[in-house]
Design a binder for this molecule. Structure first.
Ligand code: HEM
Length: 253
């Protein structure tokens, strides 16, 4: 992986070492991966840096979905936004249950109550249901929850790869928040409890706990592979939410 400046304004922008947000991308000064993302020595690299650089291509693909581009254009139909929340509700319920009951020390040292999102998504869904918008979750949610249960039973540490993707997505959601609020004329935080839940301090603490818990390169490899599987499921869900919206859905990388 070479250092690539993508400052195109919507994605993972690696503006070298400045720490300032130069577009809507990821600033490089805080949270995961200090300084520039250069060729990484996997033997000594932190898991949070490996996750960030190892999944960048997935992230870029997700930013080009019909769902994402319509959201950024302010043209995303409300039932797609609420459909995403309904789908994440199904996934988060299983993931958070399995993380909370895992007895594996690595999971125990990373998972914490301040990472719980289910009540936030449920609050948003109640808000829209009261307004008559209550779409079904995407069918692809089931494949993801089957994968979560299987992983919890066989390799619970890999649940941390799934958590990295979903917790990380709330950082980007902070950027998307104003597009959603404006598009649906939402007020007083109604309907955006989940999208508004991203928190850099919580993210930095989460990344630090991940790095402490997952030092062995082969374990990092498996958690990275799990994060890629989670991105695959999110890509399939995004494809289902993008049906009929003009730009084509991404092919999983
Ligand atoms: C239009 C769609 C999206 C945009 C514009 C976007 C934007 C961003 C931005 C700006 C950040 C960096 C935030 C920061 O460092 O403060 C970020 C981080 C992240 N996003 Fe997205 N995002 C999008 C979609 C997604 C989706 C659908 C997922 C997965 C479900 C996702 C997963 C992540 C992850 C895991 C991180 C943390 C990366 C790291 O620092 O290791 N993003 N996103």
């Amino acid at each position: 992986m070479t250092d690539m400046d993508m400052g195109t304004g919507t994605g993972m922008d690696t503006g070298a070492g400045t720490g300032t947000d130069t577009g809507t991308g990821m600033d490089t000064g805080t949270g995961t991966g200090a300084g520039t993302d250069t060729d990484t020595d996997t033997d000594t690299d932190t898991v949070s840096r490996r996750l960030r650089s190892g999944t960048r291509a997935w992230h870029e693909a997700l930013e080009t979905t019909g769902f994402a581009t319509a959201m950024l254009a302010g043209t995303l139909p409300l039932d797609r936004y609420v459909g995403q929340l309904a789908t994440y509700r199904v996934v988060l319920e299983i993931l958070e249950t399995e993380l909370a009951r895992a007895t594996c020390p690595s999971v125990g040292s990373v998972w914490s109550p301040d990472l719980v999102k289910l009540p936030l998504v449920e609050r948003d869904l109640h808000h829209f249901a009261a307004l008559g918008t209550a779409p079904e979750p995407c069918p692809a949610a089931e494949e993801f929850t089957d994968e979560i249960r299987r992983t919890a039973a066989t390799e619970p540490r890999e649940l941390l790869g799934f958590l990295y993707v979903l917790e990380g997505s709330t950082l980007g959601a902070l950027f998307l928040l104003r597009y959603v609020t404006e598009a649906y004329r939402l007020t007083d935080g109604n309907g955006v409890s989940y999208y508004g839940s991203g928190d850099r301090t919580r993210w930095a603490a989460f990344a630090e706990r991940l790095d402490r818990a997952l030092g062995e390169p082969d374990v990092q490899e498996r958690v990275l592979a799990a994060a890629e599987r989670a991105y695959h499921h999110v890509a399939v869900i995004s494809r289902e939410l993008s049906v009929g919206l003009d730009s084509p859905a991404p092919e999983p990388v």
